[in-house]
Design a protein around this ligand. Structure first.
Ligand SMILES: [Zn+2]
Length: 96
């Protein structure tokens, strides 16, 4: 199947609130296909199964409480990964 070229960003769903949004506006987490380790993926280019969160504190809170990312990726999410994503979110909020 030929790759479709689109000017539009693909749509992904937030694991916490289930809202959909263009992929590039969401925070991506990825599970490495070999090690099954979950990492924060600010470049959105790492291979593996991805899960997404809205870039806001409420979705972080929900995701932690409901273990949404663990469930979406079927793997434990290290605290350091959540903290890296949260730090990125805070930097973006300061920048805008
Ligand atoms: Zn959300």
């Amino acid at each position: 199947m030929p790759k479709k070229k689109s000017l539009h960003s693909p749509i992904r769903r937030c694991a916490a609130c289930r809202r959909t949004a263009p992929k590039h506006t969401l925070l991506r987490f990825v599970r490495d296909p070999q090690t099954r380790q979950v990492a924060f993926d600010p470049s959105q280019r790492l291979p593996g199964r991805g899960a997404y969160l809205c870039p806001n504190a409420e979705c972080f809170r929900l995701a932690r409480k409901r273990k949404s990312l663990e469930r979406a990726l079927n793997a434990p999410i290290p605290e350091a990964v959540l903290q890296a994503a949260q730090a990125q979110l805070e930097r973006e909020q300061l920048a805008s």
